[in-house]
Design a protein around this ligand. Structure first.
Ligand code: SAH
Length: 218
């Protein structure tokens, strides 16, 4: 698919060059250069796929800005044999970036229609190290825990205890924490029953819905 769209491939190269100003991890930049974001965005927005901006998905959800995807990926410092959980599959794009760098990715999505589309997009690109799950009543994906890293791509009011329990000792979690309107992107490392946290930047994500988070409608 890629080779037939040289215009999109060169737009992607330009995006990676722009990201290089702020993202220093070469393996993350290479992953951003390999994954065709246009496969994950709705058909009528494909021409915008390599702009550094978030784009609307169906069901009122959002595919994050490429810079934020790269920053979150860089901040969790993935090893190539590590197991990662993503909470908030959305389009599946962030999951594909994680799959480029980690051993295995479990990604969980609350809305089954989005989970299905994401699964199809990931399969069309032959990612065999990603499993898409439809969320159950509790947060995360207990079935494959514990994880080396957890990437939460929806905004939470605080770092949910249930997710910390799904993290290995020394594991990293990145999560936007704050109000429904505005959050700080927080990266934390689990040490025993404590976490060491660091705030990266202000951001704005769609809300995490359900247990330990918000109701669907404010
Ligand atoms: N990472 C995505 C963007 C995610 S948008 C991408 O690369 O495209 C946030 C997603 O989180 C939405 O699709 C929303 O439905 C989902 N979500 C919200 N609450 C959730 C929960 N408790 N568990 C799983 N997914 C959730």
């Amino acid at each position: 698919m890629e080779e037939r769209r040289p215009d999109l491939a060169s737009a992607r190269d330009r995006l990676v060059e722009r990201l290089r100003r702020e993202i220093t991890d070469e393996s993350v930049l290479e992953a951003m250069g390999r994954v065709p974001r246009h496969v994950f965005v709705p058909g009528d927005l494909r021409h915008l796929a390599y702009e550094d901006r978030p784009l609307p998905l169906r069901e009122g959800q959002t595919i994050s800005q490429p810079f934020i995807v790269a920053l979150m990926t860089q901040a969790v410092r993935l090893g190539k044999h590590e197991a990662v959980l993503e909470v908030g599959t959305g389009s599946g794009y962030q999951a594909a970036i994680l799959a480029e760098l980690a051993g295995f990715v479990h990604t969980v999505e609350r809305l089954s229609s989005l989970a299905k589309r994401a699964e199809e997009a990931l399969a069309s690109l032959s990612y065999h190290n990603v499993e898409v799950h439809v969320a159950g009543p509790s947060l995360g994906w207990e079935g494959a825990a514990p994880y080396d890293a957890i990437v939460v791509t929806a905004a939470a009011p605080y770092v949910p205890e249930t997710l910390l329990r799904q993290l290995k000792p020394g594991g990293r979690i990145i999560i936007p924490v704050g109000s429904r309107q505005e959050q700080q992107l927080m990266v934390a490392t689990k040490h025993g029953d404590q976490i060491h946290r660091q705030e990266l930047i202000s951001c704005r994500f769609v809300p995490l819905v359900g247990a330990e988070a918000w109701t669907a409608d404010p």
